[in-house]
Design a binder for this molecule. Structure first.
Ligand SMILES: Cc1ncc(COP(=O)(O)O)c(C=O)c1O
Length: 395
């Protein structure tokens, strides 16, 4: 067995694994993608393997540094990569049985029942499935302005009535105003914590109390895509609400701190009956085997998660300090792998200027924040280049 923490997985025989290495798919060959990070020694000192790190801008031929999609520039856990390598010859079967292994693991970690969990290829299918669920269950969503569009835009697209409540003075979800906007007719409330694009994290006690009250009227969906990056993780996690039977959905992805955006794995915790319906609709058989294998190995690699959180924080500080030095307003104390900054010009003009200097920032904007732009955290070199570009834009 390649990884003792993964149960019920078929093992690959060693001779095949050796052959993999010979033809260039083994651990040695993965090192060909190169170590580009000047902080590599620091990571190694923290006990991390770094040979498997990706090149700075994988899958991109435009030569730009990609700070546009909130991907984890540091790459996945070495243990996740190793676990996938060990399973490359076991891709011929559907992954349903392995989904059950992950479900059990999540149930144990989150303290919920297995029946409450839906697993998908990344969390986006859950968001769109949920938008569809809203339209079939009263058709009314309340959320905030300047938040992740998956559910609100999906619901709008499907014909739902979406109320967008303005952010408060700190650029937080205005929980009081959202609560006031919820009526007996409201189907669901979408909260993103930490929020994309602002990066702001809500006070966990306030959010818990809000969810307990509001979920008596409407279901509260909490998207925790970036939760493991927040300083107060795991105190910020709200899955206890689902364990206690509140009418909530907690959604997670492996695309962010686990750095598996291209591999795809996500899950949600919700009331058991709803999970049964949604699981049927989203087809559990649609989950990919390598994602499951990698996800489970990554969940067990606590050291990797802790190092990632610190690493992202250090690099994030580089960008917020630059914004401070340049006098640019930004959403304070961001808790994800991105910052949200008032560029002082139309966002598209800022994006063009940054592009001319080799940096790709987010391409879209959020209504009401037309001069604001989101910049993702990259590797130290990428962030240094970003800092230089910012200084040049505001010279
Ligand atoms: C808040 C939030 N939720 C969900 C997603 C969807 O990610 P994925 O489908 O890769 O899980 C994203 C992607 O950026 C996001 O920012």
């Amino acid at each position: 067995m390649k990884n003792n923490n993964i149960q019920n997985l078929p093992s690959v025989d060693t001779s095949r694994r050796n052959w993999l290495k010979t033809v260039g798919l083994g651990a040695g060959a993965v090192a060909l993608t190169g170590c580009f990070d000047s902080g590599v020694k620091e990571l190694q000192a923290a006990g991390m393997k770094t040979e498997h790190f990706p090149t700075a801008t994988p899958n991109l031929n435009d030569g730009l540094i990609r700070l546009s999609s909130n991907e984890n520039a540091f790459g996945p856990s070495a243990k996740a990569v190793e676990a996938m390598q060990g399973e490359l010859f076991n891709l011929n079967r559907y992954a349903d049985a392995t989904v059950n292994v992950l479900v059990k693991k999540i149930a144990e970690q989150e303290g919920v029942s297995e029946e409450q969990i839906v697993v998908t290829n990344g969390s986006s299918p859950i968001l769109f499935g949920y938008a569809d669920w809203i339209t079939k269950n009263g058709n009314k969503l309340v959320t905030s302005m300047a938040t992740y569009e998956g559910i609100p835009r999906g619901a709008e697209f499907m014909g739902a009535d979406v109320t967008y409540v303005p952010l408060d003075a700190n650029m937080d979800f205005d929980l009081d105003a959202i609560e006031a906007a919820v009526t007996e007719d409201t189907t669901a409330v979408y909260i993103c914590n930490p929020n994309n694009p602002t990066g702001r994290a809500l006070d966990p006690v306030k959010l818990t109390e809000f969810a307990k009250r509001v979920s008596q009227k409407a279901q509260v969906f909490i998207d925790e895509a970036y939760i493991e990056m927040s300083d107060a993780y795991p105190a910020n996690v709200q899955s206890k609400l689902a364990a206690e039977g509140y009418n909530v959905v907690i959604c997670r992805t492996f695309s962010k701190i686990h750095a598996m955006a291209g591999q795809r794995l996500g899950y949600a915790i919700m009331p058991a009956e709803q999970a049964k319906q949604m699981g049927r609709m989203l087809r559990m058989g649609g989950v990919n085997y390598l994602g499951l294998v990698a996800g489970m190995a990554s969940m067990d690699d606590h050291n990797n998660l802790n190092v990632m959180r610190e690493r992202i924080k250090t690099e994030r500080l580089k960008l917020t300090s630059t914004a401070d030095a340049l006098g640019r307003p930004y959403a304070k104390n961001p808790q994800g792998n991105f910052i949200y900054m008032d560029t002082g010009m139309p966002h598209a003009e800022f994006a063009e200027k940054m592009k001319a200097l080799g940096i790709k920032v987010v391409g879209r904007t959020w209504p009401g924040y037309d001069t604001w732009s989101r910049i993702s955290i990259g590797t130290p070199e990428e962030n240094d280049a970003c800092v230089s570009a910012l200084k040049a834009v505001y010279a």
